[in-house]
Design a protein around this ligand. Structure first.
Ligand code: CTP
Length: 439
């Protein structure tokens, strides 16, 4: 008996897949089809597969072509599978020519002609059409634009910035660049807002009123009542208003949160985060779009504290150092939090440099995330007995922004997003970094 093995994601099973499976089956007597697991697709950069693993497996089963269906979960698994199932032929479409020649050592490798004119990517891109408008003058607008490319079905509808100084050439030359926010809103069904925080409220409100979903760099507003008003408008209109803290969407950060909840370091008593980035600040000519340190870094620094210890702190203590003639522009701020059952602190600064690490201390051990912890891809769980220490690494592509965009789309589609920043967290962030700077 000749055994044939083939692999794929098989998202929205289409004619190209079926033709390939039929020809694969015809190469032998027994066909094994490997379907990629969601996590494996994520790790290899296929981030917005539209169907769940169960749906994809079921679609393959219904073709009646597979004698056996297996799940592909890790890099290098193909060799293991070929040996385990004693496959004689490995086959895949011609889009992979040369890529799997290394398997010739284990079985025969056959590349079959790919069917022209159809792909899952194309099907996905017709399914969701997010025409997103970019708003703001910070460098992150450029990053966001670049990351949109990795998510199917997202199209940049235009860009609006009061000054073009920070936009990269691609955005500067975009024909859909506009100097009118209203004009931008006419072209899109969603906006990404990264303007300076004092402009967020009006821009978010206008976007929601025009029927656009909004993802806004945190803090969404500087005033809690304004935030509540925006949440109310969004919910009345059935729109998504998402707090954009990219760290919240990093896979490593989320796995770390789950491990903490599962008690890996016991009860958490302290969370300490530091975020600094030394920038050139011309105190005689402060650019108007520059965010002060607490608004630039505060939301990110506060995120793990509120996720782990909750938002119900009892007391805060704050130290800030401001520029001589700009009392609202802090070059450094430290805030300490007292909870019933723990403490926390953030240190943020754009005029002071420090080690950008995070330490989460528990009754059984602690978690150490090295600088820059906010681009979490690696962390260590450390114990008194260092031989029990564990290290975790998860690929972080695009600083988490592409996963953030994906969560945004999922929320728009009405799907749950477990790593989303909750309303309570957004509110407390505003209380700490906003105009009143309580505490
Ligand atoms: N395939 C094919 N013809 C197509 C599309 C896919 O022969 N038009 C083959 C691939 O070469 C592969 C298998 O079907 O052997 C599964 O491919 P998969 O990557 O799941 O499908 P794509 O449509 O290529 O998906 P994507 O657009 O997400 O890359």
């Amino acid at each position: 008996m000749t055994k044939v093995i083939t692999y794929g994601t098989y998202d929205f099973l289409h004619e190209g897949h079926i033709r390939l499976l039929k020809r694969a089956k015809a190469l032998g007597d027994y066909l094994i089809v490997g379907v990629t697991a969601d996590d494996f697709d994520m790790a290899r950069g296929k981030i917005n597969v539209g169907q769940s693993l169960m749906e994809r497996v079921e679609a393959i089963r219904q073709t009646g072509l597979a004698d056996k269906i297996i799940i592909e979960e890790y890099e290098g698994q193909k060799i293991d599978d070929i040996r385990r199932y004693e496959a004689d032929i490995f086959t895949v479409g011609s889009d992979w020519v040369g890529k799997f020649d290394y398997l010739n050592e284990f079985c025969k490798v056959v590349y079959l002609d790919r069917t022209e004119g159809i792909s899952s990517t194309e099907i996905r891109s017709h399914r969701q059409e997010l025409r997103i408008g970019l708003v703001g003058e910070t460098n992150i607008v450029n990053k966001f634009k670049n990351e949109c490319r990795y998510v199917n079905g997202v199209e940049i509808a235009g860009v609006y910035a009061s000054t073009s100084g920070t936009l990269d050439n691609e955005l500067k030359n975009l024909t859909s660049r506009t100097s009118s926010y209203d004009e931008l809103l006419c072209k899109c069904n969603a906006v990404y807002i990264a303007s300076k925080p004092s402009e967020h409220y009006h821009q978010v409100k206008k976007a929601l009123e025009s029927g656009a979903h909004v993802i806004c760099e945190s803090p969404i507003t500087l005033d809690i009542e304004q935030f509540d008003e925006l949440i109310h408008i969004a919910s009345e209109k059935g729109l998504v208003l998402m707090d954009g803290i990219k760290t919240a969407y990093s896979l490593a950060f989320n796995r770390m949160m789950l491990l903490i909840k599962a008690g890996i370091i016991g009860d958490v008593l302290s969370v300490d985060t530091t975020c600094t980035s030394l920038i050139d600040i011309d105190k005689n000519n402060l650019p108007s779009h520059l965010w002060n340190s607490i608004t630039a870094w505060g939301p990110t620094a506060l995120l793990p504290i509120f996720k782990i210890l909750g938002t119900d702190f009892k007391q805060t203590m704050r130290y800030s150092k401001s520029l001589p003639n700009h009392k609202d522009f802090d070059i450094f701020t430290k805030v300490s939090f007292i909870y019933d059952n723990g403490v926390a602190s953030i240190k943020v600064g754009q005029g002071v440099k420090s080690e950008g690490e995070m330490v989460i201390s528990g009754t059984k051990g602690y978690i150490y995330v090295p600088a820059p912890w906010w681009k979490t891809d690696y962390f260590e769980v450390r114990y008194e007995n260092s031989s029990e220490n564990k290290r975790y690494f998860y690929q972080l592509d695009g600083e988490g922004i592409r996963y953030e965009i994906l969560s945004f789309i999922n929320l728009i589609k009405g799907r749950k997003s477990y790593n989303q920043v909750s309303e309570e967290i957004s509110q407390q962030i505003i209380r700490i970094v906003g105009n009143t700077g309580e505490g």
